[in-house]
Structures are given as structure tokens and as C-alpha cells.
Design a binder for this molecule. Structure first.
Ligand code: FAD
Length: 367
């Protein structure tokens, strides 16, 4: 279909087919069986935005302020995700994660992090002894305090988004790719009018799940209160004779806008390090930053306590952050009904993949 015939009239329009839009399409169609739903995606395929460039970690909800939407969505989303992945055969592994402190200051910060996680309701967290650590990771050295998160895992983000799409399609949700929304006219007592590159759509409610572009898409509808800062995260591939069995993270510095360069293992068993944190200007700057190698080497030497490894540039992702470069604290996820006819998802950075199903439920409660 190159053009929408005349003007499509539907009940719900979801803009953006990343993991959040796809999870929402699945949840909405399950909840409202008699509503017509369409997903408009600007790209040629689903899940090629932020969803295609991340660590693929199922987070346990350790880092976020108790009662924040990030904490609640991550903890609930993780449980929903494991259940869904099992039922739908989405590739995933409950591999577990270690957070390791290398000095007294980090050790104190790790204890605070653990208290924060427990207060948030995160489960499966355990302080482990040096003997237990040696059993889990014989090749890791120089650690003075460690926390093990048994419920942290990894998942294939594309397979996950595809499973939501297929589930939604089984209940007649329509997905239109190469369909970029460029105009939105909201009405207080009628239908919302949306112009796309493939024609016009009228609907009752517009859901904006456009990741990095959520601020620009809400502004199309006259909602100008959001600003997304693109924050790049580079990854390097790790080759080493050492063997690591879990995801391994340093202790997050509460002031930093990232978790610190850490080891992830993908579904194919490959080791990756990253992502670092750099505020950038363009939301499309995916250029390789080979020059970051020295910084990564230093971080890895400190994390693993060895120089026996090689790094090569892998890829990068861009976070849709609400936190500006001058803010000293993270901002929460926003899921907001900004107009009777429009619900916006804004600032859906990590742990957005983990939280997608819970965020979809949050939006449904706002209808
Ligand atoms: C480096 C990095 C590492 C991360 N690691 C993790 C992790 O390990 N675990 C975790 O839980 N989370 C992680 N995240 C966060 C997670 O990837 C995101 O929260 C999630 O993928 C966001 O999905 P989304 O659907 O909101 O956005 P996207 O995947 O970006 O989807 C938005 C879609 O909207 C489309 N779109 C944009 N504008 C328009 C328009 N005008 N019209 C139509 N369509 C439009 C885009 O083409 C895109 O397909 C990470 C993120 C980054 C950047």
C-alpha cells in the first residue's frame, strides 16, 4: 500500500513502532477488543530506533528512586517480560548480574544502592562474600564488596518487539511502515486529525511513543513542554582469555548520567562493554567514536583487575534523556495525558525495554 485510501478513521493511533509502541498495540488490543487500532511507523521496519541499539538487559530495578515510575515500571515490567518471553518463545536468559566495589568509597555507595533497591521493592538481590564471588567469577580480581542480582537477564529486543507486533496483529491491529507523522491537530470535542507521509488519519486518541522524537511529535500537536537531550553511548567488543559468567557492573556514581562502563553478554555469548555517556547535538549522530578506546581500556582494567584483553569498536546507541547536561539528577519516565485526545511517552531511556509492558498498562489506565 503506497497511500492510505481517502482518510482512515480509527479509534486509536499509535505513533512509533519501537518496543513501547508495539507493547502498547498488544496491550490495547487485548483490553479493548472492539476498538480499531493502527500503528504508524516512520521507518521501513519496526524496532529500528532506540530499541535496536541498546544493551538488551532485563533490569531488576536497582537504581531508581523508590516510588518513581522508573522503579515501579522496571520491577513490574521485568516480571511481565519474563512471563511473556517464556510464553512467546522470545530468546532470553536469566543470566544474573554482579555489581562490584573496588575501594571503600565504592563499597559505601554499593551499600546505599542496595538499600535503595530494597526500598524500591526490587527482589533477588544479595550481598555476597569473597568466596561466593570467586565461585561465580574466578577470573575477576580486586573486588572488596559485591552484590548479586539473580533476576537480571538478557533478551533479544527485536524478537521482543516482533512478538508484541504479531500478538497485536492477531487481533487485527494494523501496522503501517514508511508512515511518518508530520502534522497533528487536536480537538477538544471531536476527532484528532493526523497527517502522515502516506495520507490522513482521524482518530479518538493519539499515543506518541516516538522515542528520541517524542518532544518533536508532541510539539506537532502544540504541546511544547518537553525537551529530549540525545545522549550517545558507545560500545566496544571485548576479546579475552578470561571467562566471565554474569553481567558485571561497577558501582554507579549517583551523579553520573549512566551506569558506568559495564560488561554485558549478548544472546550469542559475545562480550560487550559500554555504554559510555556523551551529550550530543544531533539525534542521528551514530558515527563511530574509536577515540574512546583509551577511556574504555582504563575502565575495563579497573573493572576486571586485568590487562589481559583486547577491545574493538562495536556500535552506539542514543538515549532519549529528559535530564539536561546541567541537571545533577536523573529525570523520571513521563507517561502523560496532555490532552483528552493525546497520551505522550517521554524520556523513555533505560530501563525502557524492561519496562515496556508496564508502561503500556500505565497509558491504558489514563484513557
Ligand atoms: C545505549 C542504550 C542502552 C540501553 N540499554 C537498555 C537495557 O539494557 N535495558 C533496558 O531496559 N533499556 C535499555 N535502554 C532503553 C531502551 O532501549 C529504550 O527505553 C526503548 O528501546 C525505547 O523504545 P521506544 O519504543 O520508546 O523508542 P524507539 O525504539 O526509538 O521507537 C520509536 C519509534 O518511533 C518512530 N518515529 C519517530 N518519529 C516518528 C514520526 N514522526 N512518525 C512515525 N514514527 C516515528 C521511530 O522510527 C521509532 O521506530 C537502552 C537505551 C540506550 C540508548
Amino acid at each position: 500500500m503506497s497511500h492510505i485510501n481517502e482518510e482512515i478513521k480509527i479509534d486509536y493511533l499509535i505513533i512509533g513502532a519501537g518496543v513501547v509502541g508495539c507493547a502498547l498495540a498488544s496491550a490495547l488490543s487485548r483490553k479493548f477488543k472492539n476498538k480499531s487500532i493502527l500503528v504508524a511507523e516512520a521507518g521501513p521496519r519496526i524496532a529500528e530506533g532506540v530499541t535496536s541499539r541498546n544493551s538488551g538487559v532485563i533490569h531488576a530495578g536497582i537504581y531508581y528512586p523508590p516510588q518513581s515510575l522508573k522503579a515501579k515500571s522496571c520491577i513490574r515490567g521485568k516480571n511481565l517480560l519474563y512471563e511473556w518471553a517464556l510464553k512467546k518463545n522470545v530468546s532470553h536468559k536469566n543470566i544474573g548480574k554482579l555489581i562490584v566495589a573496588k575501594n571503600e568509597i565504592e563499597s559505601e555507595m554499593l551499600d546505599k544502592l542496595l538499600s535503595n533497591a530494597i526500598e524500591s521493592g526490587a527482589t533477588g538481590l544479595l550481598k555476597i562474600s569473597s568466596n561466593e564471588l570467586k565461585n561465580k567469577e574466578p577470573d575477576l580480581s580486586g573486588v572488596i564488596n559485591a552484590v548479586f542480582s539473580s533476576q537480571t537477564g538478557i533478551i533479544d529486543p527485536y524478537e521482543l518487539a516482533k512478538s508484541f507486533k504479531e500478538d497485536a496483529e492477531s487481533r487485527d491491529v494494523m501496522f503501517l511502515t514508511n508512515t511518518k507523522v508530520f502534522e497533528i491537530s487536536l480537538s477538544n470535542n471531536g476527532m484528532q486529525k493526523v497527517s502522515t507521509t502516506r495520507g490522513k488519519i482521524e482518530c479518538e486518541i493519539v499515543f506518541n511513543s516516538t522515542g528520541l522524537y517524542a518532544d518533536e511529535v508532541s510539539a506537532l500537536a502544540g504541546i511544547n513542554k518537553y525537551k529530549i537531550y540525545p545522549v550517545k553511548g558507545n560500545y566496544f567488543k571485548l576479546r579475552t582469555k578470561q571467562k566471565y559468567n554474569h553481567l558485571i557492573y561497577p558501582v554507579k556514581n549517583p551523579k553520573d548520567a549512566g551506569l558506568g562502563v559495564h560488561l554485558t553478554i549478548d544472546m550469542a555469548g559475545e562480550y560487550r562493554l559500554g555504554p559510555d555517556v556523551e551529550y550530543i547535538i544531533s539525534k542521528e549522530d551514530f558515527s563511530a567514536q574509536e577515540e574512546k578506546k583509551i577511556k574504555f581500556i582504563n575502565a575495563v582494567e579497573k573493572l576486571f583487575g586485568t590487562k589481559d584483553f583486547e577491545l574493538s569498536y562495536d556500535t552506539c546507541g542514543i538515549r532519549p534523556k529528559l535530564r539536561s547536561p546541567t541537571d545533577d539528577k536523573e529525570k523520571d519516565f513521563i507517561v502523560s495525558k496532555d490532552h483528552p485526545g493525546m497520551i505522550n511517552f517521554v524520556g523513555i531511556e533505560s530501563p525502557g525495554l524492561t519496562s515496556a509492558m508496564a508502561l503500556a498498562d500505565t497509558a491504558i489506565k489514563l484513557i
